[in-house]
Design a protein. Structure first.
Length: 497
């Protein structure tokens, strides 16, 4: 009897010690956190593409792994706007060439709320490099400050029909538009290729922008936001439509011309500044520091071709009331710049999702990828490649649509995007997920990355990526834990109520 009592005491003491040890490693907030119900899982790796896996079950925590990821749904951050891609002239033309039934099926897959549910897409104000020709909405050979030759007829052939179809499929589709260049006659070089805008053209350019918004609205396509200029800080050496804007000119344009004009016209379209790389976070802060610009700017549009993703957090910390939107780019692929080597555009989903996780951990409310669709040659394309760029072969859209056969290939971007757009609803909030060596902004040095969302309906979503070898990881939520197997080069979405 004494022996039995002693064994019972020692067993109880051992359990108590274990619980105390575990509790010391669980954050204080976890006491009120709970998990219930099975965890649904979708995975992409090897031959699986966003495929449903066996549900997982929460279990009581008995030991916390040294590399565990703790979940804190109570610590919410930015509210999500959504996900999508760019409906460029090239993409819209390519889609318009499909047979009606082929196009209808693909558009349904892209935009239907029960499918990919794309809901934040980009359009171009005039031509970009991914166009069939160089054009603006006022191609007068002479100065035309009264905009007598303004016309959006070019876009009526196939761009506007695609936009109307997309919004019909998803009425919540948020469209934002970006110019690659003002009309040539507004610039010093009188060309849409490179160059800079003249200060004297800023006022007529604001009216040009409003006429674009009004003309699109009259065609049944309201534009929800605009950026001032795609990539304000480069002329791309005149290789395709572009326009370099001095910081002082962007401030002047927004505060004196465009902002007041849109307000006077009762136009609800939001204004996003910069629309360029992470390394220009100082410029974003400087512009928002100007009260007259701050008044009109809803937020900052970001690209990911240069600089560190934490540039968005720098701007957020300075102006937390202004939103961040990721409008173009992806993971850097140059090994010399810390990017991925051996990148495959058809199977590099782990790189794409890891990058997306880092973007959301740095306050972005949306991700809009570049061309929605291109052909097998990476065209239509009117630009000239930068000779300094590493040649990875033809650029790819979110899907590749082959000429002639119309075969559709879904790329790594498509499958990476599916892990978010199919599960994270507009209005969801990012919540804290922290590994032992992580902080909220920096990307972990681990091959595993993570981000969490809390949907408006109360459900939870966690996206996990693993670009390294196969690994088992532990998620800890309060006093419960989940063990998840992560194959090499994989992406996983976990969802529970």
């Amino acid at each position: 009897m004494v022996s039995s009592t002693r064994r019972g005491f020692l067993k109880a003491a051992s359990v108590t010690a274990t619980v105390l040890a575990v509790s010391r490693r669980i954050p204080a907030w976890a006491a009120g956190a709970e998990a219930s119900g099975p965890v649904k899982v979708w995975s992409t790796f090897r031959d699986r593409r966003h495929a449903a896996a066996e549900p997982l079950a929460w279990k009581p925590v008995t030991e916390v792994a040294s590399d565990a990821i703790t979940l804190n749904p109570g610590a919410t951050r930015q509210e999500m706007l959504g996900f999508g891609a760019a409906l460029t002239d090239a993409s819209c033309y390519l889609l318009s060439q499909l047979h009606d039934d082929e196009r209808a099926a693909l558009m349904h897959e892209f935009f239907d709320p029960g499918e990919m549910a794309m809901n934040v897409c980009r359009t171009c104000i005039g031509s970009s490099d991914y166009s069939r020709s160089v054009y603006s909405f006022d191609d007068s050979e002479q100065d035309d400050p009264e905009l007598k030759k303004f016309s959006i007829d070019h876009d009526k052939a196939y761009i506007l029909p695609m936009l109307r179809d997309a919004r019909k499929l998803n009425p919540e589709l948020f469209l934002f538009s970006s110019p690659w260049s003002p009309p040539g006659w507004m610039k010093f070089n009188r060309s849409m290729l490179g160059g800079t805008i003249r200060k004297s053209a800023l006022e007529p350019y604001s009216r040009y922008t409003l006429k674009f918004l009004d003309a699109y609205k009259a065609e049944g396509v309201a534009i929800n936001a605009i950026t001032i200029q795609n990539e304000v800080d480069t002329t791309v050496d005149g290789r395709y439509p572009a326009c370099q804007w001095a910081q002082e000119d962007e401030i002047l344009y927004v505060r004196k011309f465009l902002g007041p004009l849109l307000r006077k016209a009762n136009c609800p379209t939001k204004i996003w500044i910069l629309d360029h790389n992470f390394d220009l976070w100082g410029r974003a802060i400087a512009e928002l520091s100007y009260p007259a610009l701050y008044e009109y700017a809803d937020g900052v549009a970001w690209h990911g071709y240069a600089g560190e993703v934490t540039g968005m957090t720098q701007a957020h910390n300075a102006f937390p009331q202004k939103s961040a939107y990721f409008t173009e780019g992806g993971p850097r692929r140059d090994p010399e710049l810390g990017g991925a080597s051996g990148y495959n555009p058809l199977t590099g989903w782990a790189y794409w999702a890891e990058w997306a996780n880092s973007v959301f951990r740095n306050w972005a409310r949306s991700i809009t990828m570049w061309n929605l669709a291109l052909d097998e040659k990476g065209t239509p394309y009117i630009g000239h490649r930068d000779p300094e760029d590493i040649n990875y072969g033809p650029s790819t859209g979110v899907v590749v649509v082959e000429n002639g056969t119309h075969k559709v290939t879904r790329t790594a971007r498509f499958w990476g995007l599916a892990h978010y757009s199919k599960h994270v609803r507009r209005g969801a909030k990012v919540f804290e997920t922290d590994g032992v060596a992580d902080n909220a902004a920096q990307t972990s040095k681990s091959a595993v990355s993570h981000v969490g969302f809390r949907n408006p309906d109360g459900s939870f979503v966690v996206v996990l990526t693993n670009r390294g070898p196969e690994k088992r990881i532990q998620l800890v939520l309060g006093s419960q834990a989940l063990d998840v197997e992560l194959p090499a080069d994989s992406v996983h979405t976990l969802q529970w109520s």
